[in-house]
Design a protein around this ligand. Structure first.
Ligand code: ATP
Ligand code: LTN
Length: 329
């Protein structure tokens, strides 16, 4: 049995890229009888200033989203990162094994610190080390993530190997699991950049909370090209390829079948049907989320139980780590 682990930042604005890049692959793996961990990385979230009341709300919302998506708490340990202090404890130890140069090379850090000069936080810089701790604590074999996180998982591999070399076999060296379709959903307004919740315009993404009108408007205004037929050609027609990918993910039809079906139907029909497919996919999902949100106490109980289970595992690893580095007397 493999151990599979992934985590998402609590945000009120999860989009379909997050869903198909990170949540959906975990659902598949959950059904394959693995040992699964899914958690809400609240300590990663505060690397960029967050309003406390909003953060609290977002943690609850994220929990509702995972349950609505089909996370089964009997098969997946679902918890909140900050409730398991071993994550930050291990992160400190790993900080002492990580080189400044390694962190300076991280693309996400470069992107997020751009134009911030000296005021960029140490937390944002050290973020990948906390992520390595998240992964290594649970002897993780596979980490399902979107493409943008692969560099961080690779850093976790390097840190694991370095620790093992220095202190003896301790950590499993994890592997990223990237799905072939949906690993990188692109922005609707700019197919050269990934769909992102921190995009300047909400027209960039379809949020899991968007209502029917939003979805229709956003798909209508999604950029395409000036050709007249529909075909799947990611290199020359990236915007259309992205829309076809989304269409395929929500309908579970193959991209090729959709490309053939819409070949000569024109953009109007194609976009109209895509919008309707998205609406039909989102509606029942949103109803479930709202159902879970009605009972916040139950959501908190789910997180309590998850933290209890995660703590046991994390503490087993930490005991070994503390012994290996020589702080247990
Ligand atoms: P931001 O772009 O604002 O930094 P985000 O939208 O990338 O945030 P994260 O919380 O960083 O969201 O990512 C959560 C998970 O969703 C990660 O595993 C990430 O790889 C995945 N993911 C994010 N955006 C996409 C995307 N456009 N396509 C596929 N997967 C994605
Ligand atoms: N950095 C990731 C979130 C994250 C994560 C993890 C993903 C934190 N810890 C451990 C996988 C495994 C992000 O921003 N998407």
């Amino acid at each position: 049995m493999s151990r599979v682990l992934t985590a998402l930042q609590p945000t009120g604005n999860l989009h379909i890229g997050n869903y198909f890049g990170a949540i959906d692959p975990l659902l598949e793996l959950q059904e394959q009888g693995n040992e699964n961990y899914l958690f809400i990385v609240d300590y990663h979230a505060i690397t960029i200033p967050k309003d406390p009341a909003q953060l609290r709300k977002n943690i609850i919302y994220a929990t509702a989203v995972y349950l609505a998506a089909g996370i089964d708490i009997n098969k997946t340990t679902l918890f909140q990162q900050s409730r398991v202090p071993q994550h930050t404890e291990l992160a400190w130890i790993l900080n002492c094994l990580t080189y400044m140069g390694e962190l300076e090379r991280m693309t996400q850090f470069k992107d997020k610190s751009r134009n911030k000069g000296e005021t960029v936080s140490v937390g944002l810089f050290a973020y990948p080390v906390l992520m390595a701790a998240d992964i290594l604590l649970y002897n993780t074999d596979f980490v399902p993530v979107g493409e943008d996180q692969v560099q961080h998982v690779e850093l976790a591999r390097d840190i694991a190997k370095r620790f093992n070399n220095r202190f003896g076999e301790t950590f499993v060296v994890p592997e990223p699991r990237i799905r072939t379709s949906g690993a990188r959903i692109m922005g609707l307004d700019d197919p050269t950049k990934k769909m992102s919740k921190s995009a300047e315009s909400p027209k960039n993404y379809i949020s899991l909370l968007d209502d029917e009108d939003d979805v229709r408007k956003k798909i209508r205004s999604a950029v395409t090209d000036s050709e007249s037929t529909i075909s799947f050609d990611p290199e020359h027609r990236p915007a259309l390829a992205n829309l076809l990918t989304i269409f395929s993910l929500v309908t579970k039809k193959s991209i090729q079948d959709l490309a053939t079906e819409y070949k000569t139907k024109g953009y109007g029909t194609f976009k109209g049907d895509l919008a309707e497919a998205l609406v039909s996919w989102l509606k029942p999902f949103q109803e479930k989320v709202n159902g879970y949100l009605k009972n916040e106490e139950e959501l908190k109980r789910v997180l309590d139980k998850g933290a209890e289970r995660a703590l046991l595992k994390a503490e087993t690893t930490m005991k070994r780590v503390r012994e290996k580095i020589g702080i247990v007397l």
